[in-house]
Design a protein around this ligand. Structure first.
Ligand code: ATP
Ligand code: LTN
Length: 337
């Protein structure tokens, strides 16, 4: 793999049985594209997954399903390094160092933590959830990543990564690359089909507006056809006043490559029904082979395991070198073997 390419790193949590359309359009699609131009590292963030209560058998199964989906989406283990976070112990090791560099108040200002802990209540919120963003910082800095492809909801965590990289470099000398968030404006935030002002999320209050890629395509088509729009009938991209239609146009445009303007023209005077029916069909054409390919990968666990073993080995080589540098800078006495 060419090492003069800029580096990207990103991760996704294996916390659900299926990725949703927001995960795919907001993040995974960019991962696939970036493996062509970048030295790409992609990770199943299983250490992050246990910051909320997890069933061990489900976590194991979901991790495999997540790997299979990433391969079905187009990640190629010959073009990127695909690995499981817990297979690379350096993540937890660097996270400790980063924990000690982060202010308590600073961590307390992370909005995702505030939202999630408010929902769960303080007593049910783990300290792991509190330090979750700092583990994410370690994930990124270990690989000296230049860019981090994620959805808009992760921007604050990337800002924290930049702050901590600069703080460490300032205190101990140049060690870490300061990364940038790679967030495409068009797909930074995909919205719930029933509640088009809320982010599409696996933890939505009802599954009706959530498109899971592994769901039955017929159910998916139905969800698209019953997406909430507005009482007007004009098909125009205007996220402020026409959130539902604009979301559908974004999804349509990204999946087909057609420009938004082109779509506005195509559906001028045709009404929402036509747009939804066509988009439902496009979705079915997208998810049907995706599901089949995911299943094929799942049916071959030896291949999955060997991909992950190779990925962990490649990831560890990079992570170990960065960790050794960081440990040395902090003043840890080198262990003699
Ligand atoms: P949660 O239910 O906790 O909100 P999630 O559904 O957002 O979880 P994650 O595993 O946290 O899923 O996200 C994985 C990746 O997908 C991240 O890069 C995130 O920014 C992106 N992402 C998630 N939801 C969306 C969305 N609605 N639009 C665009 N990107 C998204
Ligand atoms: N918090 C991220 C998942 C994640 C991640 C990372 C993303 C864990 N480590 C490192 C980018 C870089 C999320 O999507 N919820």
């Amino acid at each position: 793999m060419a090492t003069d390419r800029p580096r990207v790193l990103s991760g996704i949590q294996p916390t659900a049985g299926s990725f949703h359309l927001g995960n795919y359009l907001g993040a995974v699609r960019q991962w696939v594209a970036l493996q062509e131009s970048h030295d790409a590292f992609y990770m199943l963030a299983d250490l992050h997954a246990i910051t909320v209560t997890q069933d061990p058998a489900e976590l194991r199964a979901n991790t495999r399903v997540a790997v299979a989906q990433l391969l079905a989406a187009g990640l190629d283990p010959d073009r990127c390094t695909l690995f499981v976070q817990s297979h690379v112990p350096e993540h937890a090791q660097l996270a400790w160092v980063m924990n000690c560099l982060t202010g308590f108040g600073e961590a307390g200002r992370m909005t995702q933590f505030k939202d999630k802990s408010a929902k769960q209540g303080a007593d049910r919120t783990s300290v792991g959830l509190f330090t979750y963003p700092i583990l994410q910082v370690a994930d990124i800095l270990l690989y000296q990543a230049h860019e981090v492809p994620v959805g808009e909801d992760q921007r604050q965590h990337i800002e924290l990564t930049r702050d901590l990289a600069e703080r460490f470099n300032g205190r101990y000398g140049e060690t870490f690359t300061v990364p940038r968030a790679y967030i495409l404006k068009e797909t930074a935030k995909i919205y719930d089909l029933q509640e088009p002002t809320a982010k599409m999320s696996k933890s939505a209050s009802t599954p009706k507006g959530l498109i899971n890629l592994l769901d039955d395509p017929k159910a998916t088509a139905k969800k698209v056809r019953s997406a909430v729009t507005d009482t007007d009938t004009v098909i125009r991209y205007d996220p402020e006043t026409k959130a539902g239609v604009s979301n559908l146009l974004t999804i349509y445009s990204t999946l087909t490559g057609a420009g938004i303007g082109e779509l506005e023209e195509k559906y001028a005077g045709k009404g929402y029904g036509a747009l939804k029916t066509d988009l439902a069909e496009i979705m079915v054409e997208f998810v049907t082979p995706f599901r089949e390919q995911t299943q094929q990968y799942l049916d071959d666990p030896e291949t999955l395991d060997s991909i992950l073993a190779k990925g962990a080995e490649k990831a560890r080589a990079v992570a170990a070198e960065t960790l050794a540098q960081a440990y040395g800078k902090v003043g840890f006495l080198p262990a003699k073997h």
